[in-house]
Design a protein around this ligand. Structure first.
Ligand code: CDP
Length: 796
């Protein structure tokens, strides 16, 4: 009889284990960057530009230097003497650290003051006199490419206009042929507005340079500490082994904490110059106005359709507004960061995408906010186009999707843009969703309600997205290949410490990674402590973003556990005095095949590794695994929303929302549900209330939480989650696919589609997000589309 441990009881795969990290968070014992105080620490504040585009004619810092308690005032001119006025970005561009020649967006960093406390530093910033000569301002791609537009990046010798890239992918001729054969051509144009990841904790750093040891330690809010270490080594020309980046607890990242920001660089330089620790903590407006924005893409597409509903081809053009510096992270081969993952879930014979990126006088944009690079825009556009196409054909939304999905027997499936999909059960997910929402009944109810003047709507969003950047053949950032790592040390008593190259920012890695070790080794999850974020102790990794942790670092955790098990098997054979071939494994113990009662536990093997190893065996039970995934993982999601729109006010309420997520094997079902609920909340926020826009002078509208709204539990509708569809990832060691961002990526289209469905027959084809009541009311009342983000229609 099996003596295997009960996996759920030991907190292994599939256990809804409570998050171990919450123990310290809910007690207020988290250790965030701002919680750290070092002896002799100084404080840094940043002076930001009030103008969006202006030449700097002079900067006078003398009054700031005179304020008691001020230790250093940094300007671009001073940075330039150390070759640090500009820094390279993750997308082969350059970004001003402190402005020298011009300011290029409102909120740009102009000077820094380092003082005894943050208040003195702030006052001293206000004492700095900067003379600006205002220049014409560009706030959208249309203006950026208009004839005679001022060249924003005149600092670059090769830049004669405001275009960053002009890129295409797909089969242009094949797509032309598809359109020539089409019975119906469906068109859609829209703008995915600029948004901000807005983590509750803003960015910050404490740089601590020790002249005696030549060691630079930086505590900072980064999602990718090892990449930062490499960047600091290259930019500041410091030896990499003398740099230690520690990313303590992080209060949310969502992509905002991937880029390198000027504040980090200035605090490092200040600490080197002053030989004292220097702390910089950004305030909320600083974060909202100057750090990595997301989206801001104009999308224009058309779909070639056969009368019976078959999609023959798709053409897409995108115009992305990247702000003043092209600073987002993206795989270097894909200029618009995987935008060409659009339509992956559908079997479409031909597709062609053109993508243009332009500079504007806005803060750097394009950061992947809870998504893999530009995937959110791709999926939003795809699902809005699918709805528009079904409407144009007069077909049922669900049926149109079902007939065009990649079928279960078509995997592996190559998309027209070149991605390889390996698994999925798309129609099944849709069926579960339709049943849960009560599709047929709702359609009847909707028809009845219409007769009485009530506007009900149902929106579907079905999508697969590429999660888990690498593999290293295709994905790199600045040439650094995208793989990840895990190191496992099992102590003699069977307790273990696991370190990975990822960095949790609230996703619960400390809980779930231990569960993978548990699954592989039978160690109780509570006996495995997980550490991430310290480059002196963690193995090299590319960090956490693009939901890559489970697909890549999580896989490395399984692989390193298997290495440990392989050695433990040898130890077991030694202890049981049989040959290794005669040893079998069941969860938690090895036993003799011919005598199953004779066995040793994994803990006994651990003790033997330090006390009783066979002759010639290296002592200890530790190992490291670097994992380069063969492919991305492709989770699938079906989100369905029903709404009621009040025609008198434009207010819309969610009646019901169901989510069917297939992320393969779930490590911790409760954490997965938390990820989905968080993502759906962000999706609802984008669809209903969030916008962060710029007036014609480039003033940022939405630089505080009074204007840029984060929904609380009170506003957020309830979500009904379904987990019955599980298609294991065929190449992941435990069959898991990423989940962290699916709902934020796929969710917005479900909400917008629902409102548009409620308005069907009213001559309204599109309302750009956010669907604020006044915009919906305007669309209903005047029977017209509403485009651009409020209050300024930035496409006017
Ligand atoms: O990279 P990031 O951690 O943001 O995203 P992820 O890999 O999708 O994981 C988010 C959280 O969900 C982590 O705690 C994962 O371990 C967990 N997860 C899971 O339990 N099962 C899955 N199939 C995928 C993720």
């Amino acid at each position: 009889m099996s003596q295997a441990l009960d996996e759920i009881k030991i907190g292994g795969l599939g256990a809804s284990r409570k998050r171990v990290e919450d123990n310290r968070f809910i007690r207020g014992k988290g250790n965030y960057t701002d919680d750290i105080t070092l002896p002799g620490m100084l404080h840094m504040e940043i002076l930001r530009s009030p103008l969006a585009h202006a030449r700097i004619s002079s900067i006078d810092t003398s009054k700031a230097w005179d304020i008691p308690g001020v230790h250093l005032v940094l300007t671009g001119e001073m940075m330039a003497t150390r070759n640090l006025a500009w820094m390279p970005t993750l997308s082969y561009d350059t970004q001003a650290v402190l402005a020298t020649d011009k300011v290029r967006f409102q909120g740009q960093e102009v000077a820094c003051v380092i003082a005894d406390d943050p208040y003195i530093a702030k006052d001293a910033c206000e004492a700095i006199d900067v003379d600006y000569e205002p220049l014409p301002v560009i706030v959208n791609p249309g203006q950026a490419v208009a004839e005679g537009a001022p060249v924003i990046r005149d600092d670059k010798d090769s830049q004669r206009d405001n275009v960053i890239y002009d890129w295409e992918v797909g089969d242009a001729a094949g797509t032309d042929r598809a359109f020539a054969q089409a019975d119906v051509i469906s068109k859609l144009k829209l703008h995915y507005p600029r948004s901000h990841p807005s983590p509750i904790e803003c960015c910050g750093s404490i740089a601590d340079f020790n002249r005696a040891t030549s060691k630079l330690t930086v505590y900072m809010t980064t999602q990718a500490p090892h990449i930062i270490r490499a960047a600091v080594a290259l930019v500041a020309e410091l030896p990499e082994h003398m740099i230690r980046i520690i990313s303590p607890d992080i209060g949310g990242g969502f992509g905002n904490k991937v880029p390198v920001y000027p504040g980090y660089v200035c605090s490092i330089l200040a600490s080197i110059l002053l030989e004292r620790p220097v702390k910089w903590i950004e305030d909320k407006s600083g974060n909202l106005i100057s750090t990595g924005f997301a989206r801001d893409v104009y999308l224009d597409g058309e779909m070639a359709l056969r009368r019976d509903g078959k999609i023959l081809g798709v053409r897409i053009h995108t115009d992305a507004d990247h702000g003043a510096f092209f600073s987002d992270a993206q795989p270097s081969k894909f200029k618009i960061g995987l935008m060409h993952s659009a339509f992956a879930a559908y079997d479409i014979p031909a597709a062609h995408l053109t993508a243009r990126g332009t500079y504007s006088n806005k803060a750097p944009g394009g950061v992947a906010y809870r998504c893999s690079f530009r995937v959110t825009e791709a999926m939003f556009f795809q699902e809005r186009m699918i709805q528009a196409a079904a409407d144009d054909l007069g077909m049922d939304q669900a049926q149109f999707r079902r007939m065009n999905f990649v079928r279960d027997d078509q995997f592996p499936h190559r998309t027209p843009f070149g991605f390889l999909l390996d698994s999925g059960q798309y129609a099944k997910c849709l069926d579960v969703g339709l049943k849960a929402i009560g599709y047929e009944d709702f359609r009847r109810e909707q028809e009845e309600a219409r007769k009485r003047g009530r506007l009900l709507g149902l929106g579907i969003s079905t999508m697969t997205e590429p999660l888990g950047a690498g593999n290293s053949r295709e994905y790199d950032i600045l040439g650094i290949k995208m793989f990840d790592s895990a190191e496992l040390k099992v102590h003699m008593t069977g307790k273990a410490i696991l370190r990975t190259g990822a960095r949790t920012q609230g996703q619960g890695h400390e809980t779930t990674w231990a569960q993978i070790v548990s699954h592989e080794l039978g160690l109780p999850a509570e006996d495995v402590v997980v550490e991430e974020g310290d480059t002196d102790t963690a193995p090299f990794g590319m960090g956490t973003y693009a939901s890559r942790s489970t697909p890549v670092a999580g896989a490395a955790v399984a692989m390193v556990s298997r290495k440990i098990r392989a050695k433990a098997r040898k130890l077991a054979a030694h202890l049981l005095e049989v040959s290794e071939e005669d040893v079998e494994w069941e969860l938690g113990r090895f036993y003799v095949r011919s005598a199953p009662d004779r066995g040793v536990t994994i803990q006994e093997c651990a003790m033997a590794a330090y006390s009783n190893m066979p002759d010639g065996m290296e002592p200890g039970l530790e190992n490291t695994a670097y994992y380069d995934p063969p492919n991305l993982t492709w989770p699938f999601a079906c989100y369905i929303v029903t709404v009621e729109v009040d025609p008198q006010t434009g207010v819309w309420d969610v009646l019901k929302m169901v989510a069917v997520d297939d992320c393969g094997v779930r490590i911790n079902p409760m954490i997965v549900e938390g990820q989905i609920m968080g993502g759906l909340t962000e999706a609802y926020a984008m669809a209903s209330m969030q916008f962060i826009t710029f007036d014609a002078d480039g003033n940022c509208v939405g630089s505080n939480y009074m204007d840029y709204l984060l929904p609380s539990a009170w506003e957020t509708p309830g979500f009904e989650l379904h987990s019955e569809v599980v298609t294991p990832c065929p190449h992941h060691p435990i069959g898991a696919k990423g989940i962290g961002e699916c709902a934020a990526v796929g969710g917005p289209a479900a909400f917008v589609n629902a409102v548009m469905d409620a308005l069907s027959g009213m001559g309204v084809r599109n309302i750009d997000m956010p669907l604020l009541p006044d915009r919906v009311w305007e669309a209903i009342t005047y029977r017209r589309d509403i485009s651009g983000a409020p209050p300024v229609r930035s496409d006017d």
